[in-house]
Write a protein that binds this ligand. Structure first.
Ligand SMILES: [Zn+2]
Length: 576
């Protein structure tokens, strides 16, 4: 193959030296694909599909976008109240397709008196709101429960509010993909014979205001033939003697509200990652590809992923990391404290186990036990959760038995989805935009991941790993920002990286490079042209170190240059 290439390139690249002899010089910019460019190669089309439909498709498959749009949201008006404690009692009846609940929630006014206390809740109806057994005035509309005390709750004081509600037919599909990318995801599903599950869905009253919650007890009653898993730590279980059980689970560590719950007739397999227990819950049967569901197949995979992340980013903070398969119409994934929910079919085994794209998917979700459920970065900083999850997962793939070729393929899949989005006219915004309404999943997942890869290209993997480890240690169960990560990376590197973060976080687009070169004796004169600036006004072009591979008479040598501005010229040795 190489010979053919060399022959074909002669007419383009050949320049005769003074001697008159023919010398071929082949030149390649960024041969190992460290730059996010608009002319990256297409990913291969072979290999197994992760899911029904195109293998990776000409649409974005985001592993785990949260649902939006169904329930009213309310911006906080004044300082955020605190959630002192909550006991949430849920009763699940999959056969009747109902959920009923009562929550006792202690709310404290912080920084200002509270005129009203708001909760987001998905319910068919709110049945009762009381304080000390006395009804509390409230309204409930479009998922927003507003409670109004007779007199404002004084600053520093707490109020114990009891809320009873019920929900029915709570199966819910939410469309969140951009127009033209029709794709719904199932959010809440209560039905036989498969699963009750829910994620990021407000199946209990979510206090409007605080960024995190802690100290929440869930007491969940459900048919005893099923198995329940829920975010947090298992505490105890009791047989009610009527065909139901009640389990107590506790959210001990602060969490960013994303509580998941899954209930099904599960088969369980278990393993370990350091001091953390790994549990995989699958619903026995066959997958959409007609292969048996084998939870045990996936225990060593999750152990390997977890071990890799532990070595790079520190031990997991959760005593148990559970992965539960849910109704197969759920095609994404969701990672909440100590619990990942995934489509049940991903736990199938065709006799050869998993495959690289599936391991990437699982590794993405597992990484959120570090990024998203330990360090919280959201809003305009969400690339530090989602881009970082893709980066963590692909670098896991590279170090696993799948190796560098599989990782390269996944990098190209990420890039191809982003480039397709641009090619189809998708709006381009900075990776860290000024406004939250400029957040686009294509950008913060895919470009976000590539920015970590490119940072590796600039400061090396060791420094990126140390920066991530430091960043994580500095923000345990806390909200972190883009600036926090920049500070960590800069401290590790020892000199400013502002130039890099400015262009990739505040600029738009990707690099568009062309080159021309001429051989001159034992040197090559190279000109690299950038067709597209990252900032139109003032016009600014990417500045990046680039490897140039010069192959002369079959012998390759790499040179490192830094391109700057719309046109960069270099005089490079080619006498090898
Ligand atoms: Zn994710």
């Amino acid at each position: 193959m190489r010979t053919f290439f060399a022959a074909a390139l002669i007419s383009l690249n050949l320049l005769a030296c003074g001697s008159g002899s023919s010398i071929s010089v082949e030149l390649e910019l960024d041969p190992d694909l460290w730059l996010l460019r608009d002319d990256l190669p297409e990913p291969g089309s072979d290999g197994q599909a992760l899911r029904a439909g195109p293998a990776w498709g000409r649409y974005m498959w985001a592993p785990d976008l949260p649902p939006v749009g169904r329930l009213a949201t309310k911006p906080l008006d004044g300082p955020a109240p605190e959630l002192n404690s909550a006991v949430v009692r849920l009763s699940l009846d999959p056969a009747g397709r109902t959920l009923s609940g009562r929550a006792d929630i202690q709310v404290r006014a912080v920084g200002a008196a509270l005129d009203s206390i708001d909760f987001q809740l998905s319910a068919a109806a709110v049945d009762e709101v009381t304080v000390g057994g006395v009804p509390l005035a409230h309204t409930y509309k479009s998922g927003l429960l507003t409670c109004t005390p007779d007199t404002p709750l004084p600053e520093g004081q707490s109020l114990a509010i009891s809320i009873a509600w019920h929900d029915a037919d709570i199966e819910l599909e939410v469309e969140f993909f951009p127009e033209g990318f029709k794709k719904n995801v199932l959010v809440g599903y209560l039905g036989e014979p498969s699963t009750f599950f829910t994620f990021g869905y407000w199946f209990w009253p979510r206090l409007v205001g605080p960024a995190t919650i802690a100290g929440v007890d869930f007491e969940v009653t459900y048919p005893e033939a099923k198995t329940l898993v829920i975010s947090g730590d298992y505490q105890s279980s009791k047989d009610n003697g009527d065909g139901t059980k009640t389990d107590v689970w506790r959210l001990t560590n602060p969490a960013a509200w994303y509580v998941s719950l899954a209930l099904a007739a599960y088969e369980k397999a278990a393993g370990n990652c350091g001091n953390t227990t790994i549990e995989v819950y699958g619903i026995p049967g066959v997958s959409i590809d007609n292969y048996p569901i084998v939870p045990a197949t996936y225990v060593p995979i999750i152990e390997n992923i977890c071990d890799d992340y532990s070595a790079r980013f520190g031990e997991p903070v959760f005593g148990t990391i559970r992965l539960a398969g849910v109704d197969e119409r759920f095609t994404n994934g969701y990672s909440s404290p100590g619990l990942l929910i995934v489509p049940n079919y991903i736990l199938d085994d065709d006799g050869k186990g998993s495959f690289a794209v599936r391991d990437f998917y699982i590794a993405h979700e597992v990484s959120h036990q570090w990024w998203g459920n330990d360090v919280f970065a959201s809003g305009k900083d969400i690339w530090l959760t989602e881009g970082l999850a893709d980066y963590s997962a692909i670098s896991y793939i590279e170090g696993s038995h799948w190796g560098a070729d599989a990782a390269r393929e996944q990098w190209l899949i990420d890039a191809a989805q982003l480039l397709d989005y641009y090619a189809q006219g998708g709006a381009d915004y900075p990776l860290v935009p000024e406004n939250a309404n400029e957040l686009v999943a294509y950008i913060y997942y895919l470009k976000g991941a590539w920015v970590f890869r490119m940072l590796e290209g600039v400061i090396g993997r060791d420094e990126v790993t140390r920066a991530l480890s430091d960043y994580r240690l500095a923000h345990p169960f806390a909200v972190a920002t883009t600036q926090d990560f920049i500070s960590a990376a800069t401290a590790v590197h020892g000199e400013s990286l502002a130039w890099f973060f400015d262009e990739w976080l505040t600029g738009t687009g990707v690099m568009s490079l062309t080159e021309s070169h001429a051989l001159s004796g034992d040197s090559v004169d190279l000109t690299v042209t950038q067709a597209r600036p990252w900032s139109a006004s003032p016009e600014r072009f990417f500045s990046m170190p680039v490897t140039v591979r010069i192959t002369r008479d079959g012998s390759a040598k790499d040179e490192r240059v830094t391109i700057e501005g719309s046109e960069s010229t270099f005089h490079l040795p080619a006498g090898h």
